[in-house]
Design a protein around this ligand. Sequence first.
Ligand SMILES: Cc1ncc(COP(=O)(O)O)c(C=O)c1O
Length: 371
Amino acid sequence: MEVNIFNLERDHQDIKEQLIERFRDVLSRGEFILGREVASLEEAFASYIGVKYAVGVNSGTDALKIGGLSLGLKPGDKVVTTPNTYISTAMGLSIHGIEPVFCDIEMETYNMDPEALEGLLKREKGIRLCIPVHLYGHPCRMDEIADICKRYGVQILEDACQAHGALYKEKKVGSIGDVGAFSFYPTKNLGCYGDGGIITTNSHEVYERALMLRAYGQTSKHVHAIEGFNSRLDEVQAALLLIKLEKLDYWNKRRRHIAWLYKRELGDTPVILPQEATWAYHVYHLYVIRVRQRDELMAYLREKGITTLIHYPTPIHLQGVYSRLGYQEGAFSNSEEAARQIISLPIYPSMKEDEVVYVSRCIREFYGIQA
Ligand SMILES: Cc1ncc(COP(=O)(O)O)c(C=O)c1O
């Protein structure tokens, strides 16, 4: 049996005709940029997340960049985030002279450790923004993080690029900090057909600045108040995302069911399975396990027709691009240990029970455990 880490083609089977029909509609109207579809998506997404405003942009990286700049960050300011994330969590702003400072994770959720955050804010001056990353679809400890940030006068930009629909207590992630940033990269829980992203906020001021920043800093056509970018979401993408948004909760439930199946099948093996905190609603963008013989297990699964990946093999404080920051190996022991041991197993909404059982059986075989 072949089991891929994602299966976008199968995930789309049920809605394929609907998508094609909507694509025809948009095509026949001839309005392709910042029109009624983007406006409808922004309204629907803001309401889904539980915020007043949403601004569609052209990637998750741009949502982070424009989100941070909309909060008034300037070159020379510092931003704290965790090292075990996708590079753009830091790069979206560092390219504008807003340097990252890192803080370690806790091993239960692989997310920002509030104690480490507090220690860092005590020591390091000039940090104006905190970017907690709801990694793999599991929310961060937002009450603790928000409380610490408030005490130190630090704003919060949630990186929710992997966590559409995840809940922290009763709240959707992306509605808790000053700004939320989401990616619509095709493999995300809510993905489009190319690049796309969206910013969420309750602040009218941030909303207005984000609108300007995504469109050349303009306040109205040919009137430019500030310097900005071209970072618009296309009408076609927005129209198709509106169809998919309706399915998001169902697809997240499917992901949770697959996670439950993995737990049933792998609960008695030496594999460390992902946990869901009592206060969390995990949406399992990725199903990340931890093992000691990582390379051997990945090779074994590859031989059995199963693809797996590592999210992410190099913690970003050790990436060449940030060597200027002077971090050495050993600086963040939890992030580094996780990076050595993690494997992302296949998970996607249309994954079948027999595929989960097959992947799990192969892992059991690897450990010499009876089925
Ligand atoms: C945690 C995280 N942050 C930011 C991004 C960047 O999103 P995009 O690829 O849409 O620019 C991603 C997606 O890859 C991500 O997983």
